[in-house]
Design a protein around this ligand. Structure first.
Ligand code: C5P
Length: 238
């Protein structure tokens, strides 16, 4: 029998008949401000599942090892079972969001070298910023594991910056999560969708990500549909 083992803000994880495989169910819930703003948005789960599956398939083709196996329905996908590290690894190409509020810089400032930030994944603690010595003190990951995760993040940044450019979108920033396989190996996990990255239209600078919901500046499903449409187009042309 399938058992629910984790219910997050936008996804659930279920066991399957295979001990090494889990099922992810994408839900229609949107949250912001660490869950303080919350809404049901019909169709969001389908869109994120489709977008994230296509991106993970692309990353797999490009040699990025990850947990993704396949999409099995509009809202469900199968993934390899991993132990998720309680870390959110954020990469920023351009200043936006918390970088602008925390450091008082203008949105849109381009960084010559991408900014890399790590946060401790904890809803109760509001995902506090975490530096390497804090990560080592709590034995969350070793120095070489952290370096490996940043190397993967940099490669993902290169690959997706190029891919989104072909979709007339700028990859402003994004958050990745990693997990440990049974054999201890660290692989990319979680999802990649407009819920966990910022995308700006190259011509209009329009926000094409969850900021439309966070800031109440547009219709989330319209925007995510447009991202999916452009993604499908560029992947079929390639
Ligand atoms: O909010 P902030 O500016 O720090 O977000 C940086 C990037 O990380 C954004 O793309 C945002 O969507 C993502 N993020 C996330 N989950 C969080 C915090 C940030 O996906 N808990």
């Amino acid at each position: 029998m399938e058992k629910l083992i984790y219910a997050g803000k936008a996804k659930q994880m279920w066991t399957t008949e295979d001990d090494e495989i889990l099922k992810v169910v994408y839900m229609d819930q949107a949250t912001a401000l660490n869950g303080k703003k919350k809404d049901q948005i019909s169709g969001k789960g389908i869109l994120n599942n489709h977008i994230s599956s296509l991106i993970f398939e692309y990353l797999t083709q490009q040699g990025i090892e990850n947990h993704y196996i396949k999409r099995i329905s509009d809202t469900e996908e199968l993934v390899k079972k991993v132990t998720i590290l309680p870390l959110e690894m954020v990469t920023r190409n351009v200043a936006a969001g918390h970088f602008t509020t925390r450091f008082g810089v203008e949105e849109g400032k381009i960084f010559t070298t991408p900014v890399e930030e790590t946060y401790f994944k904890s809803d109760e603690l509001d995902d506090p910023f975490m530096n390497n010595s804090q990560i080592f003190a709590l034995k969350i990951a070793t120095k070489s594991e952290i370096e490996k995760m940043w190397e993967i993040s940099r490669r993902v940044n290169q690959l997706l910056t190029e891919l989104f450019k072909k979709m007339n979108l700028r990859l402003i920033d994004f958050k990745l999560e990693f997990g440990r396989l049974k054999n201890g190996e660290i692989v990319l996990a979680d999802e990649f969708s407009p819920d966990n990255c910022r995308l700006w239209d190259i011509d209009s600078n329009a926000h094409m990500d969850k900021d439309v919901y966070r800031r109440d500046i547009g219709d989330l499903t319209d925007v995510y549909k447009e991202v999916l449409k452009r993604l499908q187009k560029v992947l079929t042309e390639d």
